[in-house]
Design a protein around this ligand. Structure first.
Ligand SMILES: Nc1nc2c(ncn2[C@@H]2O[C@H](COP(=O)(O)OP(=O)(O)OP(=O)(O)O)[C@@H](O)[C@H]2O)c(=O)[nH]1
Ligand SMILES: [Mg+2]
Length: 479
């Protein structure tokens, strides 16, 4: 028997960015020809893409660790490192991507729909790109950033138009086997069907898919029987069919109370299933008692507003009428739905921090800096290289981090952490000379010699200066 896997945990890791290169051009008689270290290549992404030819998540069950390739480091002679290759993972139509906490990240429906599950790290800039009029020959380069890595959960929700629900042995699989070419297992014991079956039905000019899910029993919502787990396969369907057994030998059951039980379970499941249009099929009317019972309960069911079909999956009666009625409902639903969405690319949203960064003082006196840029800059820094550390300090200073730390009350020697609690760079704060000097004025300038400016003007000027400086640094970044 083939294993059916409809939920897997997948560990994805994008490629790391390659490090930038610090190199100095050398030529005979021209020993210092300027910096020529190239940039590191970007790491590859991990991308999930719907591929109609894939029908299960089995591959990922067997090999749940997937990694894209790293970017290569930059080289001298201004050679950029090669980019890492994206890793494209084919997934079945109807795959839902969740994070470890169960939040839906993407719902992949339609051939080619893609989701970037892990983004590759940026390559580090080489010293050639870091050179400027003020820093003519940087003796350092930026590190490549690590790629995203983490666990995601893939869940398959079959994309079927019609779902058959009902008690075990009501004849759901039998019905799908005679309405379509599907050949599911059929037997006279409960829970024959352990995984959903799909069949394709053609009725007139309408072609639609029917899913048969494992049987439900009272208390399924509490996990009785096979539970409600498989109902997620029918969440997307447009029509529900109650398959009711008119010939059951269990004395405490009849089609109407069976229907009530299943309805109750659908309600507990939620997910909008209780709002789907539904029809009722009274099956097994080839059995004489079954036919009598069907006749008896029909008015009751119709009174409740259901369209009722009396069929026999074994004798193959009443099937044509049923399949055309379902086709009509499906067609109606399709007409209401917006036109087939074009292939979508879903990118995981990133938090946007308008302020650029925040500084908070924690209970133990530690100052924590959070923000996309400062955190990224820290990751790019080679802390073994003093010049690189100085460059980081400069960047932070120009973004206004030092000023903000001072405002928050940080003193020389206080602990400062940049990054989240579990992954921060912590250091003893030593205000850089420029930061200190900026309080008085920039080096080479002395405000005492200037005509006094109103405080607001001074603040605006300083902000403009800072913006310009940040821009200058940002311009280095080719992303
Ligand atoms: N007489 C008669 N028996 C039927 C009919 N439809 C199904 N059966 C029988 O009912 C039993 C159960 O049929 P299945 O199709 O396996 O039922 P199911 O609803 O898929 O059951 P689960 O997979 O266990 O949920 C089998 O022995 C079938 O042969 C019918 O129309 N008439
Ligand atoms: Mg079955």
């Amino acid at each position: 028997m083939t294993t059916f896997v409809d939920r897997v945990e997948l560990h994805v890791a994008a490629g790391n960015g390659g490090h930038g290169c610090a190199s100095v051009h050398r030529e005979k008689f021209k020993p210092l020809g300027g910096p020529d270290g190239g940039n590191g290549g970007r790491g590859g992404d991990v991308i999930l893409t719907v591929d109609q030819s894939v029908t299960t998540l089995l591959d990922y069950h067997h090999a749940p660790h997937r990694k894209a390739t790293n970017g290569k480091p930059g080289e001298g002679g201004n050679r950029s490192g090669k980019e890492g290759e994206d890793l494209v993972l084919p997934v079945p139509d109807g795959t839902v991507v969740l994070d470890g906490q169960g939040n839906v990240l993407a719902d992949l429906v339609g051939e080619g729909t893609s989701f970037v599950a892990a983004q590759g790290g940026r390559g580090g800039l080489g010293n050639a790109a870091l050179a400027s009029s003020r820093r003519k020959a940087p003796g350092f380069a930026l590190l490549g950033e690590p790629g995203d890595a983490g666990d995601i959960v893939l869940e398959l929700k079959t994309v079927a138009d019609v779902a058959l629900v009902g008690y075990p042995s009501a004849g759901k699989s039998s019905l799908i086997s005679v309405m379509s070419a599907a050949k599911p297992k059929i037997a006279d014991y409960p829970f024959t069907t352990l995984v959903p079956n799909l069949g394709v039905v053609t009725a007139g000019s309408t072609v639609y898919t029917v899913a048969d899910v494992p049987g439900l029993i009272p208390g399924a919502s509490q996990g009785k029987g096979l539970g409600l787990e498989f109902l997620r396969h029918v969440e997307r369907c447009s029509v529900l069919v109650h398959v009711l057994d008119t010939a059951t030998l269990e004395s405490d059951r009849d089609p109407v109370s069976d229907l009530d039980v299943i309805e109750e379970e659908l309600r507990s499941y939620g997910g909008g299933l209780d709002k789907r249009p539904r029809v009722v099929v009274l099956n097994k009317i080839d059995v004489p008692d079954g036919r009598d019972l069907a006749e008896m309960v029909r008015p009751d069911l119709e009174e409740r507003g259901y369209r009722v079909f009396e069929v026999s999956a074994v004798a193959r009666t009443g099937l044509k009428e049923l399949s055309f009625a379902l086709a009509e409902l499906v067609a109606k639903h399709r007409a209401r739905k917006p036109k087939e969405e074009a292939t979508r690319i879903v990118i995981r949203p990133k938090a946007v921090d308008d302020a650029g960064f925040t500084v908070t003082r924690e209970e133990d006196g530690l100052f924590r800096v959070r923000g996309e840029k400062p955190e990224r800059w820290v990751r790019q820094t080679d802390f073994n290289n003093d010049e690189a550390v100085g460059f980081l300090a400069d960047r932070l200073n120009r973004l206004g981090v030092e000023a903000e730390l001072m405002k928050a009350g940080a003193r020389s020697g206080d602990g400062v952490a940049i990054g989240p609690e579990d992954n921060a760079v912590v250091f003893d704060w030593e205000p850089t000379v420029t930061a200190g000097a900026e309080m008085l004025g920039r080096r080479g300038e002395d405000h005492r010699f200037e005509a006094p400016r109103p405080a607001a003007q001074r603040r605006r000027d300083r902000q403009a200066e800072r913006d310009e400086a940040v821009q200058e640094f940002e311009d280095f970044e080719p992303f």
